[in-house]
Design a protein around this ligand. Sequence first.
Ligand code: AMP
Ligand code: MG
Length: 479
Amino acid sequence: MKNSKNLKIDNSYAEKLYEISEKCPPKGFKKAEILLRNYSLAKELGFDKSFVDSDECLNIFAGNNLLENSIPIAQGYSGHQFGHFNPQLGDGRAILLGEINKMDIQLKGIGQTPYSRRGDGKSALSPVLREYMISEFMHALKIPTTRSLFAMKTNEDVQRETTLPGGVLTRIAKSHIRIGTFEYARTKNIQILKTLADYSIDRHYSDLKDTDNKYLSFFAGVCDKQASLVSKWMSIGFIHGVMNTDNMAISGETIDYGPCAFMDKYNPKTVFSSIDHSGRYSYHNQPAILIWNLAKFAETLIPLIDEDNEISIKKLTEILHHTMPLYQEYFYKEFAEKLGLQTIDNKNVKIIDNYLKILHSESIDFTLSFRNLAKIVDKSITIEDSVFSKSGVFTKWYKSWKKEINISNVSQQMNLKNPCYIPRNHLIEIALKNGVDGDMTKINLITKLLESPFIEKDGYEKYTMPSSSDERYITYCGT
Ligand code: AMP
Ligand code: MG
């Protein structure tokens, strides 16, 4: 596609779910410029490079010009935030332009919408750049996620605690339907709820359309996708940070990269978010919170499953009860792969558990440990030179592990599963600071390294290492 005239945009959500969304053309940012362009994602969407580099493109994604046939909307949703129900959330700072190739095209930080409440609808530049880097890293790891097409600098200020440069992210998603969207539809009426469920099934679970009780199968489908997703988060030390029901997509994609961060030293209680005082969304609570959120989702579906509420509840509960064991299966599958273990039997489960115990008791860097282990087994480093050097029990564990693996190719296999580069908190912070000050060198470099996170490149050792400081890293929701 050379220009926007050839670009076909659909508005299926705006057309079918007009009762839970609001039409809302963006006001736009006249002085905006694009700082990060995702050419490969643009290609997947059918844009060619000359269009991506054009002013026409800039003006569309800065919200200055509308695509032909686009019906821009803000989507309504509710949500349980830190356990408390808020019926009236919605896209307070995001506008959906429509769908291209069945993918949502959304501008985040684009200004006020009917759901803005007291907010300005805008976003600071730093979290826009941060979401771009982290979401694209998740994609590089093949973890389902919303994507980032453009990161823009608006060249206008936003007022937070201080005055900050503003930004807009073009977010691409399979859809932006959240558990919170169902909670919102439920506050309306059953017909709207049913339309939303049918629409979601059509868009994300079309193979369930003709099953016996498609709404029940739909619930099971979402439970399965989410259990798999959270197991993948756990496998890379990802802490989402704000697993409210409005931040969980029914497509099974990771969404909302506000206060997320990656664990460095392995400690299951790790929390980064400044507002998560009780550790509700800590690393090891993520699976339990997932089940809690899915229970909220189940509640919204009660009227669709059976005329008799008791029967509905019974059927939904059965599936919910299956979801934690399902999650555990996924979890051990992920960790078995990380450790190059071929099977998941009781013995190997114990090997995985014991490995994590060592990381915990010795405060070992989670990400680095797996790469070090691969180097120990292929003899490129010794235990003494590794992160395990201080552990008295590692050698015993190592022997038990070695019996279960295929030594000839285990390190190659492990290195395909365990990234050497992750968005290291201390490095990302410096890069963002530079980026906001106008120097994108470090952001461009980190973005490039994170595109192929399994391949160690000479000269970039520093990017594989944790911070030398013991200071706790704190993240903020504020955008
Ligand atoms: P989040 O923390 O990103 O999950 O957002 C929670 C809710 O606050 C959503 O309904 C957002 O749309 C809304 N929100 C966050 N920031 C703003 C803002 N600057 N202006 C208006 N609404 C906002
Ligand atoms: Mg959100």
